[in-house]
Design a binder for this molecule. Structure first.
Ligand SMILES: [Zn+2]
Length: 171
C-alpha cells in the first residue's frame, strides 16, 4: 500500500530505528511514543486481517515483543506493559496489522479507556457455546477428513493438528 506508513517503514522509504527484522516482520522504536521505550512490531507485508495472519508470523511477532521487552526492562526499569494489537478498521489511520508495546511506569498518567457495559448473561452463554463448539469442530475436521479434496478446502492458516492436540482432552 503506497500511503501506508508501516509499509513505508518496511520497504525503507522512511528511515526508522530498527530493532529487529527478517523476511516476515520488522520491529522499530516508536518516534511518537505514548511512553518512553514504546516500540512497534508488524509484518512486512500489508496484511489488514488478523484472522488471516499466518501462525508462524503471529508467534514470531509476540515472541520478539517479549524478548525486546526483557532487554528494555533492564534499561528503563518499567513497572508494567500494555501490548496492543490493531488490525483492520479500529479508528486508526492505517489498517496494517501492528503490535504496539507500551512500557508503563507507576504514575505515568496514561489512560487506556473503554466504555464498558454489562453484557446479557444469555448472550455470554450463547457465545461461549458457539465458540467452544466451533473450536472442537475445527479441531476434529482435519483428522476426520480422509479425502484429499476435502482437506484442500480447509483453511491453511489454521494448524488443525495443534488445535486437535489442545482440545483432545476436552472431547
Ligand atoms: Zn501497510
Amino acid at each position: 500500500m503506497d500511503d501506508c506508513i508501516y509499509c513505508k517503514i518496511a520497504n525503507k522509504t522512511l528511515t526508522s530505528y530498527i530493532l529487529y527484522e527478517d523476511n516476515d516482520i520488522i520491529c522499530v522504536l516508536d518516534i511518537l511514543p505514548p511512553s518512553k521505550g514504546s516500540f512497534l512490531v508488524f509484518p512486512k507485508l500489508h496484511i489488514e486481517d488478523y484472522t488471516s495472519l499466518n501462525d508462524e508470523i503471529n508467534q514470531k511477532m509476540f515472541t520478539i515483543s517479549k524478548y525486546i521487552s526483557i532487554v528494555l526492562k533492564n534499561k528503563l526499569k518499567f513497572d508494567g506493559l500494555n501490548i496492543l494489537l490493531s488490525s483492520g478498521e479500529t479508528g486508526q489511520k492505517y489498517r496494517h496489522i501492528v503490535i504496539q508495546v507500551i512500557p508503563r511506569f507507576k504514575d505515568d498518567n496514561i489512560k487506556i479507556y473503554f466504555n464498558r457495559f454489562r453484557e446479557d448473561p444469555s448472550f455470554l452463554e450463547e457465545l461461549k457455546k458457539y465458540i467452544t463448539t466451533e473450536l472442537i469442530r475445527m479441531s476434529q475436521q482435519y483428522l476426520n477428513s480422509e479425502k484429499k479434496e476435502e482437506r484442500e478446502e480447509i483453511k491453511k492458516d489454521i494448524d488443525y493438528k495443534l488445535l486437535n492436540q489442545w482440545f483432545e482432552k476436552r472431547i
